[in-house]
Design a protein around this ligand. Structure first.
Ligand code: Z5A
Length: 211
């Protein structure tokens, strides 16, 4: 699908620093007068936030297969209700997670479906929408955990270290499958990472300045 607005997505394991970078980029783009909005997944509107609450805070077990469809349902609602209309208006969208999270967490993490099957499923939820660029923040599970150890853990964050190792490895595999992915060493300082992302985004939004 061709859209007048740009879509940039931020991916990686919990604690990798993607939300920090998304906020810095949004601040930068706004300062440059670029119309820009950000959303998180799962969430972003009343229905998708309700599904988020169920996924992250349910006291009852949710099977990995059910997770795939719940994340996808939250995504479908967000895309149709919020993302597509904004892209059509030329607004640049920054997303904290998108369908690559389902491939990494439910696909590689839980082994619920193989990556090829998930790739066939995602377009049903997204209407075929693809990001212009996806930043994957690569960080060791140990370092990510040390960054988030003070935070209360939700249902997904309570998974084992081995699970997160599979997710992190899944992201590395995903990064090699298409040119839209840019893998970043997330152990680098915040300012350096922001400069790298800003330079890349500028090449999309203001091509003359990115050369
Ligand atoms: N999930 C799924 O399973 N399947 C799906 O399809 C989707 C999601 C869409 C959503 O969690 C959960 O749903 C998530 C995946 C699953 N669970 N896990 N695990 P969420 O939305 O509540 O949170 P998150 O996306 O996992 O993480 P986050 O809270 O947004 O954190 P982050 O983006 O990874 O990191 P951060 O908040 O930017 O930084 C973490 C800390 O590190 C913070 O103190 C920063 O100041 C610090 N930081 C950041 N950058 C650096 C650098 N460069 N150096 C040092 N310290 C840093």
């Amino acid at each position: 699908m061709i859209s007048p607005g740009f879509l940039f997505t931020f991916e990686g394991i919990d604690g990798c620093g993607k939300s920090t970078q998304l906020a810095l980029l949004r601040e930068y783009l706004s300062s440059q007068g670029v119309p820009c909005e950000s959303f998180r997944e799962p969430g972003g509107n009343i229905v998708s936030e309700s599904i988020r609450d169920l996924l992250l805070h349910s006291d009852h077990p949710i099977t990995p297969t059910a997770e795939v469809f719940l994340f996808s349902a939250a995504r479908a609602q967000l895309i149709e209700q919020d993302i597509k209309p904004r892209l059509e208006q030329g607004i640049t969208i920054l997303m904290d997670r998108f369908f690559d999270s389902t491939t990494a967490y439910q696909g590689y993490g839980h082994g619920v479906m193989d990556a090829d099957t998930l790739q066939k499923l995602h377009p049903f939820a997204t209407g075929g929408l693809l990001p212009h660029r996806t930043y994957i923040f690569d960080l060791s599970v140990v370092e990510a955990r040390s960054r988030t150890q003070q935070q209360e853990k939700d249902r997904i964050e309570q998974q084992s270290e081995a699970y997160f190792e599979r997710v992190a490895e899944g992201y590395r595999q995903i990064a090699s499958t298409a040119s839209r992915y840019m893998i970043l060493d997330a152990s680098r300082p915040i300012g350096e990472l922001h400069d790298a992302i800003r330079g890349d985004v500028t090449s999309w939004i203001h091509p003359a300045q990115g050369e």
